[in-house]
Design a protein around this ligand. Structure first.
Ligand code: PLP
Length: 383
């Protein structure tokens, strides 16, 4: 049996954009000089890094000198949280939401062991942070607020501008983990007013192991990695030139075609829900109306999400259960727990995440496959 593979796990990672792939090859094979060297051979790779920095800055309305290249979302998140905590001599408190990615939550846990207090904001059943709760919990000891732009499991987009406004009113810095949002929805750092923003290339058709962090020019941030003078001494280590070039190409392309792709992907997500409703399946769609267009988190009643995922895999359909970065652990997702997803549904959760390669046909096939698996399970149970 030859299966047409349907990849519906774009929140875990995306396919590298082919133009990005073409652009990066040159910096691996021909222009491979170390960009920090003083001879002329390093001029082209060094210029390529600066060109990419300019492209990326313009995609999020930042200045070029506010973009720092990193290895991705995990590093950017660790950098923002840990550097601010250390610059304040590990005193005070940091406010985060309960549904942050583990790169934030585990950094917080580590800091907690060293004396920083962490205040966790709750979310409602749609995964939304309430700005009023931030207003209540923020205090004179707060050194940083870090709330994700959009959630990786359910897609809920947070009211970042409002939250930033509250933090700044109290003189507190604001970081946002925008790993799932950058390249998928419009982002304007000047408009939302964040001090730090973290992004990762492989979530927007760039190359794995590259990312960037926006640091507002009005802020000083300490270095996380010590060593060479790269990235104005803030992030030592020879740059991943090819990855940085690919990231610029991929982000520019995604931003130029964003409106069109957002609407196409929204149609695919809507189609999936319409089909599942048509099959009269008992499920909850998690998340809010203000969500990333491609993330569809579904909790089916009295069925294991793990089983659904494996049966779909057998049919050539790739989805995830809970957070992909954590998919080896079979514990109930901290995001769904925080959202109070009812107990008879929570274990039946799968996350589908559509990207620009997906089609309406994929949504129909996925819905049909889910229906067949659940039907089969019910027939087996009744025997
Ligand atoms: N933050 C969020 C919201 C994510 O979804 C992920 C990855 O899934 C990360 C951070 C980590 O990013 P990276 O894989 O680039 O380290």
């Amino acid at each position: 049996m030859i299966l047409k593979k349907i990849y519906a796990d774009n929140a875990a990672t995306t396919r590298l954009d082919e133009d990005a792939f073409e652009a990066m090859k040159k910096y691996m094979i021909d222009e491979y000089a170390n960009p920090s060297a003083n001879y002329s051979f390093s001029r082209i790779p060094s210029k390529a890094i600066e060109d990419s920095r300019g492209i990326i800055a313009s995609c999020i309305n930042a200045d070029k000198n506010e973009i720092y290249f990193t290895s991705g979302g995990t590093e950017g998140n660790n950098w923002a949280i840990k550097s601010i905590a250390h610059s304040k001599h590990l005193k005070g408190n940091i406010i985060v939401s309960k549904i942050e990615h583990h790169a934030i939550l585990k950094s917080c846990k580590w800091l907690e062991e060293q004396g920083i207090s962490i205040i966790y904001l709750s979310v409602n059943e749609k995964g939304e942070v309430d700005p009023k709760e931030l207003e209540e919990k923020i205090n004179s000891d707060t050194i940083l607020v870090s709330i994700m732009y959009a959630n990786n499991e359910v897609g809920t987009i947070q009211p970042i501008k409002q939250l930033v406004h509250i933090a700044h009113k109290h003189g507190v810095l604001f970081h946002t983990d925008a790993v799932q949002a950058v390249g998928h929805i419009p982002i304007d750092v000047k408009d939302i007013g964040v001090d730090f923003l973290t992004a990762s290339a492989h979530k927007f058709n760039g190359y794995k192991g590259t990312g960037f962090t926006y640091v507002s020019s009005s802020i000083e941030i300490d270095s996380l990695l010590s060593g060479g003078a790269q990235e104005k001494g803030k992030r030592a280590g020879t740059e991943n030139v090819a990855g940085i070039v690919a990231m610029g190409v991929a982000l520019k392309k995604n931003c130029e075609t964003m409106a069109c792709h957002m609407s196409k992907i929204q149609h695919i997500s809507d189609k999936l829900i319409t089909m599942l409703d048509m099959y009269k399946l008992d499920f909850i769609r998690n998340g809010s109306a203000y969500s990333l267009p491609g993330i569809v988190s579904l909790s089916f009643k009295n069925i294991e999400g793990e089983l659904l995922m494996h049966r779909l895999d057998f049919k050539g359909i790739y989805v995830s259960t809970g957070a992909s970065c954590n998919s080896k652990e079979t514990v109930a997702s901290h995001v769904l727990e925080a959202m109070n997803v009812p107990s008879e549904y929570i274990n039946g959760t799968i996350r589908l995440s559509f990207g620009k390669e997906n089609t309406l046909y994929d949504a129909e096939e996925v819905a049909k496959a889910i229906y067949e698996i659940i039907q089969m399970k019910q027939v087996m149970k009744s025997k």
